[in-house]
Design a protein around this ligand. Structure first.
Ligand code: AMP
Length: 216
């Protein structure tokens, strides 16, 4: 999609479990943009046991960050592939060095920052189950599978992502506070970041639409 002759580059930020995945999926559908999720891409590599997959597996399982050097190299390559599209980047950058590297490769135009209270997030993640091969996500409170523990479409088992287990969640939120928060300031200073507050994706979504409708 072109806006004033320019391909928009969007970025979505938010703590793990803030609903970034849900909001991103809705943006992709409504505005027809390419979704680039660093976490999904890394999980694909782990699944197919590539060299990169083997290298990063331990970090993902522990909820730790993959080293900047690895991430920057990997994401630079991925972004080259979609330089002619309007895209929505999700999960990258997560550190100041990643943000600086991205700014050199491809400055983003708009940053959407989801702000969800931590206690809501911890409760939500503990109830999140996924169907690994399709990426379908269920929530035991508000998006239950039809049969407990089974994917609606394939009937296969649902699992809890290793990094959704309580220890790993705590670690991911800590990392978010100390390492990723400065990324928010980085974009605030550039005056391209907008905050969206709420406890659920349904509460946040209309606010995101109102903002994006002014751009598309
Ligand atoms: P996500 O699905 O975005 O929560 O990412 C899952 C995991 O992938 C994170 O907990 C990290 O281990 C790793 N990861 C994803 N993106 C990055 C990044 N930009 N920098 C470092 N690690 C990342």
């Amino acid at each position: 999609m072109m806006v004033k002759g320019k391909l928009l580059k969007l970025l979505i930020l938010g703590a793990p479990g803030s609903g970034k995945g849900t909001i991103s999926a809705r943006i992709v559908k409504k505005y027809n943009v390419v979704h680039i999720s660093s976490g999904d891409k890394l999980r694909e590599h782990i699944e197919k046991q590539s060299a990169l997959g083997k290298e990063v597996k331990k970090y993902l399982n522990e909820g730790a960050l993959v080293p900047d050097e690895v991430m920057i190299k990997f994401m630079s390559e991925e972004l080259k592939k979609v330089s002619n599209s309007t895209w929505l980047l999700d999960g990258f950058p997560r550190t100041i060095s990643q943000a600086e590297a991205l700014w050199k490769i491809q400055p983003v135009d708009v940053v959407l920052n989801l702000v969800v209270p931590f206690e809501v997030i911890i409760d939500r993640i503990s109830k999140r189950w996924v169907h690994l091969s399709s990426g379908r996500v269920y929530n035991l409170d508000f998006n239950k599978p039809k049969i407990h523990g089974k994917d609606d479409v394939t009937g296969e088992d649902l699992v809890q992502r290793p990094d959704d287990k309580p220890e790993a969640v705590r670690k991911r939120l800590e990392i978010y506070e100390t390492i990723t928060k400065p990324v928010i300031s980085f974009y605030k200073k550039k005056d391209i970041l907008k905050d969206f507050h709420g406890s659920t994706s349904d509460e946040i979504w209309p606010k995101v639409v109102a903002h994006l409708d002014t751009l598309f």
